[in-house]
Design a binder for this molecule. Structure first.
Ligand code: ATR
Length: 278
């Protein structure tokens, strides 16, 4: 199989390492190439050159939304999130999927043992990652979702989208502490705390209280300051690395129909991140 990744840039991506480790483990003869493509050149690059011959590919920033118009069909996962991160080629047709939501769900449920049904959730941030995570939580039966974001209008927009599946509302920054006090699951989807700004917290430290499960999508550093503070206060925590592994594993399953070697992919990712940070 010929598989790959398009984005701009792609040099930071850990997908090649994860995918190649997985191919070797399951005995699949496949290539996985990462190609940088600018927004302007996306339409012509999809139809020709190496990308034209790919059997499937991942899509990253800045093409997750722009690629939609260039595909033959969209899976429900992509149209409810409004972004594509995986393209499957079936009968010469390109179908867009989004594996971020399922990736997050599998990681959260498998690594913490909780089920999403019945959770009362506060999500920090209202960008693309928040949309993917919030949509799957809403569809899986979270009782209530509150969106807390620097830009209130974006939180309102996302809450409106989620209203199809669950009770969802935007939360003002002044009401954030109280919203978190009543939540069972608190998720950071912003980039606050990401390398190199590792000393930043997305909310005041005193808002973190022991009964809430604290989840952070950031995987570099592996343990953000937010997760560290939450752990010190006795919260159960969920790390960001798992979502990255599971979204890739699910993409591989869609392309090959085979079960992905999740732990092999996780080790490959951890190894590549430790090399990067030394
Ligand atoms: P992604 O696709 O990774 O989610 P994004 O769409 O750029 O990235 O969204 C980033 C989110 O993090 C946004 O909700 C952003 O808040 P705004 O909507 O106000 O822009 C939030 N964010 C990023 N940096 C932030 C900061 N320094 N303080 C508060 N919020 C921040």
């Amino acid at each position: 199989m010929k598989l790959g990744l398009i984005g701009d840039p792609v040099s930071h991506s850990r997908s090649p390492q994860m995918m190649r480790a997985a191919f070797a483990d399951i005995g699949l003869t496949a290539s996985y190439e990462a190609i940088a493509v600018s927004k302007e050149l996306l339409p012509q690059n999809l139809g020709q050159g190496p990308i034209g011959g790919w059997d499937g590919f991942n899509v990253t920033i800045p093409h997750k939304v722009g690629v939609i118009d260039l595909l033959d069909d969209l899976d429900e996962s992509a149209w409810t999130i409004g972004a594509v991160n995986t393209v499957v080629v079936r009968d010469r047709k390109r179908i867009g999927y989004n594996t971020d939501g399922v990736g997050y769900l599998r990681s959260l449920e498998q690594e913490t043992g909780i089920t999403v049904g019945g959770q009362s959730v506060v999500i920090l941030g209202a960008g693309g990652a928040a949309r993917a995570v919030a949509t799957i939580l809403a569809k899986e039966g979270a009782t209530e979702i509150q969106i807390l974001n620097r830009t209130y209008s974006k939180a309102e927009e996302l809450a409106g989208h989620l209203g199809r599946w669950t009770t969802a509302k935007a939360c003002s920054l002044e009401n954030g502490k109280e919203a978190i006090r009543q939540a069972s699951l608190l998720i950071n989807t912003t980039s606050i705390g990401m390398y190199p700004n590792v000393d930043q917290l997305p909310i005041p430290e005193e808002w973190i209280i022991p009964h809430v499960l604290v989840s952070d999508l950031i995987y570099n550093p592996k343990e953000t300051l937010f997760i560290q503070k939450a752990r010190q206060k006795g919260c159960e925590v969920h790390y960001g690395l798992g979502m990255l592994v599971h979204q890739a594993a699910y993409a591989l399953e869609l392309w090959t129909g085979q079960k992905a070697p999740v732990e092999v992919m996780r080790s490959a990712l951890e190894e590549s991140l430790s090399v990067q940070n030394t």
